[in-house]
Design a protein around this ligand. Structure first.
Ligand SMILES: C[S@@+](CC[C@H](N)C(=O)[O-])C[C@H]1O[C@@H](n2cnc3c(N)ncnc32)[C@H](O)[C@@H]1O
Length: 249
């Protein structure tokens, strides 16, 4: 399956077990809480972990995602009625409706081609009010994080809520590029108990800080800060992140 984590109900069912609330969510909350009660677009909201967290903190949240199976899980969670859920992409975002837009857990990297990324930035600019903030995470290619995407380093063995066992790992299929930017193809394997393995493949784009700055400037955003770590450390921090805070010009 392609992008099965988000599209295949069997894998979406375990997404929140494998990816619970983490440092990234605290980072995005700390940035957005600088403007209480904001109207926030969560693009690529997935199963809604952060969208619901932001709603509980008093923000008004719209979550957009193309994956129907992920949105179905989000809509079924406590408090979900307070969020506006839209199945679609940035093209489906309303115009001049938001004080802030976020893409979290590396959604920006799923926009692999330059064309898709440029179009998404243009849509986000249109969806934001003048002065609105754009905040997202993207892994720094200089950290070469994909080198740890191998069965030994990535293996997770978890017990699911029903007591059954899940064994999962990821491996890299191809890397095109290097420290100044890369496209990485990968394959996730999921083994539920003694069932046959389910495999899900995907592709992520790693943009360099320079590529991100150039694309944001071209789309009419002013970059306020780019951090390298979740505690707002400088770029080059071992967290290996590029955490972008920009404003619609
Ligand atoms: C790693 S998940 C992150 C989900 C959520 N933000 C979180 O923190 O758990 C990536 C999400 O990006 C979504 N996605 C993929 N392509 C997209 C696109 N073109 N526009 C918006 N979202 C997209 C996927 O469906 C998936 O839900």
């Amino acid at each position: 399956v392609r992008n099965g984590e988000f599209e295949d109900p069997r894998l979406v069912a375990v997404y929140d077990v494998l990816y619970p609330w983490a440092r990234g969510d605290d980072f995005f909350c700390s940035v957005l809480d600088e403007a209480p009660g904001a109207s926030v677009l969560d693009l690529g909201c997935g199963t809604g972990r952060l969208a619901l967290g932001l709603t509980a903190r008093g923000h008004r949240v719209t979550g957009i995602d193309p994956a129907a199976a992920s949105l179905a899980v989000a809509r079924g969670k406590p408090g979900a009625a307070a969020v506006t859920w839209i199945q679609g992409t940035s093209a489906d975002a309303p115009t001049s409706a938001f004080d802030a837009a976020v893409l979290t857990s590396h959604v920006a990297q799923f926009l692999v081609s330059d064309g898709d990324w440029t179009a998404t930035l243009a849509d986000l600019r249109r969806a934001l009010r003048p002065g609105g903030r754009l905040v997202f995470d993207s892994r720094d290619p200089r950290a070469r994080g994909w080198q740890r995407w191998n069965p030994a380093d990535s293996r997770q063995q978890v017990t699911l809520p029903d007591g059954s066992r899940l064994d999962t790992w990821v491996e890299v299929v191809a890397v095109d590029g290097g420290t100044t930017g890369a496209v990485v193809d990968f394959l996730h394997s999921y083994r539920f108990g003694a069932d046959p393995e389910i495999r899900s493949d995907g592709t992520l784009r790693f943009r360099s800080e320079e590529e991100l700055r150039g694309s944001l400037a071209g789309a009419g955003f002013e970059v306020q800060a780019i951090y390298g770590g979740w505690q707002r450390e400088p770029v080059g921090h071992p967290d290996g992140e590029l955490l972008v805070l920009a404003r619609r010009g």
